[in-house]
Design a protein around this ligand. Structure first.
Ligand code: UGA
Length: 436
């Protein structure tokens, strides 16, 4: 099938490559010439395992190309809209400027019978509002939310847990759902559930999923706060809870909480939209979810201060991690960097290292000191704070090796990812989050 993808950021770049790998003929469009040039060479403009391999496969097979010219979408059966919906500058609601622009720029090139499949995360009600602009050209709008995780984006695109397609309850809507079923034919054939819903449900599935995941993380972090005053160990608690099949262990990882370009902004936009709809009370708990999340960042700072005897002024602190999570170079709303910036604000001499995110971090927080080499970063430190659970720190840094480099023996485990007993046995003062 001939397919266009409008917007080649995170979502669009991965989606284009994934569609090409499914055998489709794909053109990806973006206004950013540099990004298009990189993608056309098979170079991913951001860190994402396996993406370059997939890009090169599609480019070499002649099934994938990238362009800045929107007119190149002409003749595609399906046009995927994959542009971003950032937080507005003036409120917590989602900014739909890019989605509206994409649809308006696409509209003149649409032909009767074509399908516009939007993947962007939007406030519920957006499809209904934008559909007339697509219908005016004889095309049909469907909402096909994306659930990919950074770091696992290729796998999540090719083997998703489910495919959701929101359509209007009209014959054209039903026909458009069939077109999407054809796009994802092999995935559906391999057993992936394919759910056809109305527009509003499809829009809600995405924000509800992210709200649920954020709630689960804040739930375990709230339990960490209780553990801190009772002597319980939140990681053992999470293991025990996780064995209950109704609860499950995933997203019960305690520590400095969630960040990134999705969970934080999506729960804020959801609250804003619910308030617009007069149902603010239904999601008022998400404000608590956010409050717990932000408290944990401060808690990690406090633990570090306490572990260093009550003040960190001019103490040398090495922060292991900058990305909002491992397998990513994304630093948007990164809890890791917030901890680093706060420690620096208290007068500490902070050094930050990360295997992938330092270039981004340098641009965003030029006031911090960055060292690429992990061991070099550790040299002479009075304390070590682990804030992103990369394997480089979790598995491949032994307490003995760390001790051979640092001046002090204080480690704060902001992700509860280290073997506390092993670090203590090697002479370290170990502090976890919600662990005795
Ligand atoms: C999230 C969702 O997981 C995806 O399904 C969704 O498609 C995506 O947002 C999106 O809206 O585009 P992502 O932002 O890549 O994906 O990150 P996650 O892997 O979900 O992690 C989010 C944050 O939660 C990270 O900071 C991570 O460190 C933290 N986290 C995760 C925890 O603190 N504990 C956990 O147990 C799990």
């Amino acid at each position: 099938m001939r397919i266009s993808v409008i917007g080649c950021g995170y979502l669009g770049a991965v989606h284009s490559a994934a569609l090409a790998s499914m055998g489709h003929e794909v053109v990806g469009v973006d206004i950013d010439g540099e990004r298009i040039a990189a993608l056309s060479q098979g170079v991913a403009p951001f860190f994402e395992p396996r993406l370059e391999e997939l890009l090169r496969e599609g480019l070499d097979a002649g099934r994938l190309r990238f362009t800045t010219d929107i007119a190149d979408v002409a003749g595609a059966t399906v046009h995927f809209v994959c542009v971003g919906t950032p937080e507005r500058k003036t409120s917590r609601a989602a900014d739909l400027t890019f989605v509206e622009q994409a649809i308006d720029e696409l509209a003149p090139h649409l032909e009767r019978g074509q399908v516009v499949a939007a993947k962007s995360t939007v406030p519920v009600g957006t499809a209904e509002r934008l559909s007339p602009r697509v219908e005016a050209r004889g095309a049909t709008l469907v909402w096909n939310p994306e659930f990919l995780r950074e770091g696992w984006a290729v796998r999540d695109s090719i083997e998703p847990d489910r495919i959701v397609v929101g359509v209007a309850g009209t014959p054209a809507g039903e026909a458009a759902a069939d077109v999407l079923r054809e796009v994802y034919r092999d995935t559906v054939a391999s057993g992936t559930p394919f759910l056809v819903t109305d527009w509003a449900t499809a829009e809600l599935v995405k924000v509800a999923a992210n709200a649920y995941l954020a709630t689960k993380i804040s739930f375990i972090n709230a339990m960490a706060e209780i553990a801190e005053v009772t002597g319980a160990d939140v990681t053992l608690l999470a293991d025990a809870l996780g064995h209950d099949g109704r609860i499950g262990r995933r997203y019960l990882g305690s520590g400095i909480g969630f960040g990134g370009g999705c969970l934080p902004k999506d729960i804020r936009a959801f609250v804003a939209r619910a308030e617009e709809l007069g149902r603010g009370e239904s999601v008022a708990f998400l404000r608590e979810v956010e409050a717990v999340n932000l408290r944990r960042r401060e808690r990690a700072v406090q633990l570090t201060v306490d572990a260093l005897g009550g003040q960190v002024f001019e103490k040398r602190i090495t922060v292991l991690g900058a990305a909002f999570k491992p397998h990513s170079d994304d630093i948007r709303d990164s809890p890791a960097l917030e901890v680093a910036v706060r420690l620096k604000g208290l007068g500490a001499a902070v050094t930050v290292t990360d295997p992938a995110a330092l270039d981004n971090a340098r641009l965003r927080y030029p006031q911090l000191r960055y060292v690429d080499d992990r061991d070099e970063a550790l040299r002479g430190a009075d304390a070590v704070v682990v804030v992103t659970e990369w394997d480089e720190y979790r598995r491949r840094l032994t307490p003995e090796h760390a001790a051979s480099l640092t001046a002090g023996r204080v480690v704060v485990d902001g992700r509860n990812c280290l073997d506390a007993a092993a670090w203590r046995a090697a002479g370290w003062t170990y502090r976890g989050m919600g662990r005795p």
